[in-house]
Design a protein around this ligand. Structure first.
Ligand SMILES: Cc1cc2nc3c(=O)[nH]c(=O)nc-3n(C[C@H](O)[C@H](O)[C@H](O)COP(=O)(O)OP(=O)(O)OC[C@H]3O[C@@H](n4cnc5c(N)ncnc54)[C@H](O)[C@@H]3O)c2cc1C
Length: 305
């Protein structure tokens, strides 16, 4: 089952019967806390073999690892032990998970966005990690830059009076919320579109990308954006989960489209962005991509050195 492993990385093979026939490069990797040393798939240090996504089961086992896995799993080992699971003796079913969004609101050194008085930090802000995040630094990043953002916001607010807002400021947004809380009939449930969007992101905008997959994703997101106004929302102001989902869907679609367009434009492989059709890094792409929303809701990309 285990093809190779270091003390701090587990290499997972596919355990389900018949799975191997569908997987040309049969090993994919999962790791906790540290980069994984690739064995068969040498292009990137982390990675799930794309075709492995089609497989429903994978098993991790530490039974052949020469050193104790405690260092890599930390408190997880205690949790497993409390449930009578000993990784060195028995296999555990695992699954890949998207757990960090690399990219986000553009901020300067003070964590200020280009909206005056709005500061961002943590996973919502982009730019701190370059092409790939070092494992384990997301929470320190959120804490360090969160403090920075807090101080900068306090300095910004000090000595400023609240501006005189025009009486109709924000009216368009509040009118939209009010109208949605009155309910809207439609054939499509929000959750259906949200699930569909996640599926497309997973399949076509995952770690291994191609021009064809990205074009398919962009076309699908465009369709979803078109039907957004016809999505059903039940009436109700309080605990209206579908209403919250509607806003999540609207925002997520913008983010998904930005990611897919950026990935399609970047005709190279770098860090966490791996193009099967452009497997090498291209020095001319050693720059960031930034999107701005146009007044009609479209996206405009530029690049920064
Ligand atoms: C399974 C998993 C394992 C991870 N393991 C590690 C690890 O080992 N080490 C590490 O460093 N990082 C790890 N990460 C990443 C790390 O947890 C996150 O990057 C980090 O928690 C982000 O912090 P944040 O404060 O920026 O965002 P979040 O923790 O996501 O906080 C955002 C908050 O905003 C709230 N919110 C969202 N929308 C609204 C709204 N409209 N109005 C009001 N509130 C809203 C949310 O409810 C949430 O409480 C892991 C992530 C996952 C998913």
């Amino acid at each position: 089952m285990i093809a190779s492993a270091t003390c701090r990385a587990f290499v997972v093979d596919l355990a389900s019967s018949g799975a191997h026939s569908r997987i040309p490069r049969s090993t994919f990797f999962i790791g906790i806390g540290t980069p994984i040393r690739p064995v068969e798939h040498t292009r990137t240090w982390f990675g799930f073999n794309e075709s492995a996504f089609a497989v429903s089961r994978a098993i991790v086992s530490a039974s052949r690892i020469p050193c104790a896995p405690v260092a890599a799993f930390g408190p997880v080992i205690d949790r497993l032990a409390a449930n009578n699971i000993d990784l060195t003796k028995m296999p555990v079913e695992v699954a890949p998970i998207a757990h960090y969004h690399m990219g986000g609101i553009a901020v300067d050194q003070r964590m200020a966005t280009r909206v005056p008085g709005l500061f961002a930090a943590g996973e919502a802000a982009g730019g701190a990690n370059g092409a790939n995040r070092l494992s384990g630094n997301a929470i320190p990043e959120a804490l360090v830059f969160g403090e920075q953002a807090g101080h900068a916001a306090a300095r910004y607010a000090a000595g400023r009076c609240l501006p005189d807002w025009p009486s109709r400021a924000g009216a368009a947004a509040t009118d939209q919320i009010r109208s949605l809380t009155e309910g809207r009939k439609g054939d499509i449930a929000v959750v259906e579109l949200l699930e569909g969007m996640r599926e497309v992101m997973w399949r076509d905008v995952g770690p291994f990308r191609t021009a064809a997959g990205l074009a398919r994703a962009i076309a699908r997101f465009e369709e979803m954006r078109q039907v957004l106004p016809q999505v059903a929302v039940p009436a109700g102001q309080q605990f209206n989960a579908a209403l919250a989902d509607w806003f999540e869907l609207r925002g997520s679609l913008v983010a998904a489209e930005a990611v897919a367009h950026a990935a399609a434009a970047r005709t190279e492989s770098r860090g966490a962005h791996q193009r099967d059709d452009f497997p090498d890094a291209d020095p001319s792409w050693a720059r960031s991509q930034r999107f701005a929303m146009t007044s009609d809701g479209g996206l405009m990309m530029d690049t920064l050195r």
